[in-house]
Design a protein around this ligand. Structure first.
Ligand SMILES: [Zn+2]
Length: 293
């Protein structure tokens, strides 16, 4: 549309200016000038159309080049974004389990178990302790009393508590396989097997048979073998200092899911100063170290 309009417009102008000259020279120039003027505009028109066509072609070429560049750039961007997607997309999927695992696993070192003469040893870092729980037991003839090492450690603990003004008493320490058997059977008779096993170990599965465990109480005997023992000042002292003498509170609060036993603030187990330090600092229980849960 604009092309033909321009052509018509220019042609009209040219025809007008051509007509003017002959009109001034002769009085009757119309036919001749018209003939003359007819030739010139056609040539010029052709020339103009040619240049215009050339310009249009050039313009089209430029447009084509720009178009090609745009297409190349756009397809390049699409290719890059497509290539980038598969790299970024799986990342969060991989990150998620990594994060959740990363928070838990480094805190629980792999602690190998070793068995010798029917006794299972749990290695925590470079130290070992005898492992006895619902799963692992000792032979019926194992143990003969509180071990010398455990007794000495307990005496030190008791003396240190006394120096701080607290009296710690022992309600129960070593128990033979036979003693444990009668205790367990009595509990089952009283409360049924399920409830009995929450609080009392089956014979061969008791830490008391190891000669390394003490059930203790303080000035107020009414808290003996009661969870309320954890409200006493003696327990507060034990919680803070027991590890310094090699003892851990073996069945901690909120760890029944791991130990299989209810919370027993009165039951302390000798494991040695090193392991007691590691466990009390970590807040983990023995079964968590043994990867038994
Ligand atoms: Zn006990």
């Amino acid at each position: 549309m604009p092309e033909s309009y321009d052509e018509k417009h220019e042609y009209r102008n040219m025809a007008a200016s051509d007509n003017e000259t002959p009109m001034t020279t002769s009085g009757y120039p119309q036919k001749i000038t018209h003939k003359k003027s007819n030739k010139k505009p056609v040539r010029q028109q052709k020339f103009l159309t040619k240049t215009r066509k050339k310009a249009t072609k050039k313009f089209a070429r430029v447009l084509l080049v720009i178009g090609v560049i745009v297409v190349i750039v756009f397809s390049g961007w699409v290719a890059v974004s497509l290539a980038a997607k598969p790299q970024t997309e799986p990342e969060p999927e991989l990150d998620e389990p990594d994060d959740s695992v990363g928070e838990v696993l480094p805190e629980i070192p792999v602690s190998p178990l070793r068995e010798e003469d029917g006794v299972t040893y749990l290695k925590i870092e470079e130290y070992e302790m005898i492992l006895v729980n619902k799963e692992y037991s000792v032979p019926s003839d194992y143990g003969s009393g509180i071990t010398e090492e455990a007794q000495q450690a307990f005496d030190s603990l008791k003396n240190a508590a006394a120096e701080d003004g607290y009296s710690i008493y022992v309600g129960s320490d070593y128990r033979s396989y036979e003693t444990q058997k009668s205790i367990y059977n009595n509990k089952v008779a009283q409360r049924g097997e399920e409830e009995a096993s929450r609080w009392s170990a089956k014979p061969g599965h008791s830490e008391h048979q190891l000669g390394l465990a003490f059930d203790v109480y303080g000035a107020d005997y009414s808290h003996y073998l009661e969870q309320s023992f954890d409200t006493t000042p003696e327990f507060a002292w034990l919680k803070e200092h027991a590890a310094e003498y090699g003892f851990i509170i073996r069945y901690p609060k909120d760890k029944e899911w791991a130990t299989g036993y209810g919370y027993e603030p009165w039951h302390i187990r000798y494991v040695g100063i090193e392991i007691a330090g590691i466990i009390s600092k970590s807040g983990l229980c023995v079964e968590e170290y043994a990867n038994l849960v």
